[in-house]
Write a protein that binds this ligand. Structure first.
Ligand code: HEC
Length: 227
């Protein structure tokens, strides 16, 4: 019985380590995103709404929250990010009907609210730049990061009109936006973090002075009352 448990444990560890190796096989480019770069987030939001939201929802996010966090007025949000008929307080869903999507793509395009948390920014950045021609696939493209992906190369038209560096920057902005969507509070958390560390620094000085005060009467490890 005990032997069996050890065997099972060893086998599962081997399987786990194989999986880790399998997933690290694809080389991922460094996304180099910066969540404090508001211009990048604004551009990413705009590109996302234009190129991705037709298929993907980010249903944990609301239009007006983006406006608040990225410093966009209600008019700018309505003009650049919303489609007619949406309300600012609504979550960002997709117009794609689920059953049609299943028929067209063999599955519903996943909600991307948390994709930056599950796959990481490097993965998204590399994935969006890794489509290549493959006539055997239904959309004529395949992807080297997500093999046999059923997503078409939606940024193809964007890529045509610009230099590689500009295109990479645009993909970086979309990735940055998805990183923000995955954890909107990160904007506040990172700013607040510096103050928390400063507070802890000051508290350390006070705590140290207090410790010195308490221990100054203790000599050679034996407590004696002051003379
Ligand atoms: C025409 C519909 C369509 C559009 C537009 C589209 N996608 Fe997709 N996307 C899909 C489908 C379908 C999948 C599922 C692929 C699969 O698993 O084979 C997918 C998968 C993904 C994934 C992988 C998610 C995961 O967890 O596996 C990411 C990331 C992604 N898309 C990002 C984007 C971004 C960013 C855009 C905009 C630039 C975009 N997509 C535009 C259809 C679309």
């Amino acid at each position: 019985m005990k032997n069996n448990t050890i065997l099972n444990l060893t086998l599962s560890l081997i399987v786990i380590s194989f999986n880790v190796h399998a997933s690290s096989k694809v080389h991922l480019d460094h996304a180099d995103t910066d969540i404090s770069n508001t211009a990048s987030l604004q551009n990413g939001a705009k590109l996302f709404m234009n190129y991705c939201s037709g298929c993907h929802a980010i249903s944990f996010m609301r239009y007006n929250r983006i406006g608040e966090d990225l410093g966009l007025s209600d008019e700018l949000v309505a003009e650049n990010l919303m489609f007619a008929g949406n309300k600012p307080g609504e979550t960002i869903t997709t117009a794609m009907p689920e059953d049609a999507a299943a028929k067209w793509f063999g599955g519903t395009p996943p909600d991307l609210s948390l994709v930056a948390r599950s796959k990481g920014t490097d993965w998204i950045y590399t994935y969006l730049r890794s489509f290549y021609e493959d006539e055997s696939r239904i959309f004529g493209v395949n992807n080297s990061v997500l093999v046999n992906a059923s997503m078409p190369d939606v940024l193809w038209s964007l890529k045509q009109g610009q230099s590689e560096a500009d295109f990479d920057q645009n993909v970086r902005d979309i990735t940055n936006f998805l990183d923000y969507v995955g954890e909107p509070a990160k904007l506040i958390r990172l700013k607040l973090g510096k103050w928390v560390l400063l507070f802890l620094g000051i508290l350390f000085i006070l705590a140290y002075l207090l410790k010195k005060e308490y221990w100054k009467d203790v000599k050679y490890g034996i407590w004696r009352p002051r003379d």
